[in-house]
Design a protein around this ligand. Structure first.
Ligand SMILES: *Cc1c(COP(=O)(O)O)cnc(C)c1O
Length: 416
């Protein structure tokens, strides 16, 4: 069934959300099908639903606008569901993993190890062996990483492919989460680079370039542009000064998505235009070079819904609570406990209801006040059995939640 017309969340509903189609009865459409039907087909609530077509459109839109010098990697950390990663393997130029578990998911897709990279602090010896054996690019983040890879390379006679993740000498403005600048567990401090590169050369590792990731969830094009410019300039300078090749320059992820009505969507075209120019400028100096961006949230966040069902409508001293079969144990981020400084509601709506609205709080079945999916939101009046939809739920959802907490059933997942 096709959407008669893309119908938006009504302005009176929480989040004033645009962009997700609904049919004439107010049902959300997932993969073109009414939500209630999709929920029945996947086995009921609570569940996460990811819309294949929205993911495809997001990646292809970027791919069309970006210069071929710039490669798009999907950062699996944002959503490691195997079917979804498989879908990305066919769309993105590469996959980025942050653990041996994610590496297995990446290899299962059939993506060439040439286009898989591995970043993260505290890589275990076993993980490094696995990554080396698989032949993927390893972003080293410490002298220990280099020492262990030197040993592994020595004993196998096969030099490891490495790139150096550098803790930049600056921070990214306006980031939801800073991953660089100041003291960090990520990467090697820029001032230690000469010594580290010396060890990489001494060990005969196969050096490919630099990985520079300034910060996550950023909605400011000017801040991203500035960080990418400075990162690129530094990488060219280091490669020159330290006399190393620069085949790969990974500028990290961090493109943000809006979660509240006051969040202005990232002006991604400004970032792309600048990135294309930057990549061409860098390529003129380093003809062997490829620029990589590895995005998680921006590629998948807006393609996912979390759906739960109202078990009970409860009124306590005049305040309405919709008690659902889902909650913070499946969706920690929507409860405001995933690194947020100030708790704000995710966009939330009642499926298939267009009638009068009321102020209601959406809570889960956990015996803790933290189990709050929407705090006093303006929602269509809901009754028991109605489906509650949390939008913008494709990234850092199920895998980033404490699913064992309180022993309630897990959430299903489906790629539709
Ligand atoms: C988390 C992470 C990403 C993805 O970040 P987003 O903000 O989701 O785009 C990319 N690269 C590395 C190394 C990461 O740790």
């Amino acid at each position: 069934m096709e959407a008669a017309e893309a119908a938006w969340l009504e302005p009176h509903e929480s989040g004033t959300w645009s962009g997700w189609p609904r049919n004439e009865t107010g049902e959300f459409l997932v993969g073109g099908q009414p939500l209630s039907q999709v929920v029945d087909a996947v086995g009921g609530t609570p569940c996460y639903l990811y819309d294949r077509r929205r993911i495809t459109e997001r990646v292809q839109g970027l791919r069309r606008a970006l210069s071929p010098i710039v490669r798009i990697h999907y950062a699996i950390k944002a959503n490691p569901m195997p079917a979804l990663v498989c879908h990305f393997a066919g769309l993105a130029d590469g996959l980025d993993v942050a653990s041996a578990g994610e590496l297995r998911v990446a290899l299962d897709t059939g993506k060439s190890p040439k286009h898989i990279s591995f970043a993260g602090p505290g890589k275990s010896e076993r993980e490094l062996k696995q990554a080396h054996a698989a032949g993927i690019l390893i972003n080293v983040e410490s002298f220990r990483d280099v020492r262990l890879l030197a040993e592994i390379s020595d004993s196998t006679g096969q030099p490891a492919r490495v790139s150096v993740r550098v803790n930049l000498p600056f921070t990214l403005r306006a980031s939801g989460m800073k991953m660089s600048g100041g003291a960090q567990q990520f990467g090697v401090d820029a001032e230690l680079l000469p010594e580290l590169i010396g060890e990489i050369k001494h060990a005969g590792l196969d050096f490919e370039g630099f990985h520079l990731f300034a910060g996550s969830q950023n909605l400011r094009a000017d801040a991203i542009i500035e960080a990418q410019s400075r990162s690129c300039e530094l990488a060219l300078h280091w490669a020159e000064k330290l006399n190393v090749p620069l085949r790969s320059l990974n500028l990290g992820g961090g493109f943000g998505i809006p979660y509240t009505p006051s969040d202005k969507p990232l002006e991604v075209h400004a970032v792309i235009e600048h990135l294309n120019t930057l990549a061409e400028h860098a390529r003129a100096q380093r003809p062997e070079m490829e620029v990589v961006i590895e995005l998680g949230r921006y590629l998948v966040g807006e393609a996912g819904l979390y759906v739960c069902r109202v078990i009970e409508r409860k009124v306590s001293r005049g305040q309405v609570f919709l008690v659902t079969d889902g909650g913070m144990h499946h969706h920690l981020a929507a409860s405001g406990n995933f690194g947020q400084v100030i708790r704000k509601n995710y966009p939330v709506a009642i499926n298939g209801r267009q009638g009068p609205t009321e102020v209601a709080s959406v809570v889960g079945p956990l015996c803790t006040p933290l189990d709050l999916l929407a705090d006093k939101a303006q929602l269509a009046t809901a009754t028991e059995g109605d489906l509650v939809v949390v939008l913008q739920s494709g990234a850092y959802g199920r895998s980033a939640s404490p699913r064992g907490f309180l022993g309630h059933p897990d959430a299903l997942e489906a790629l539709v």
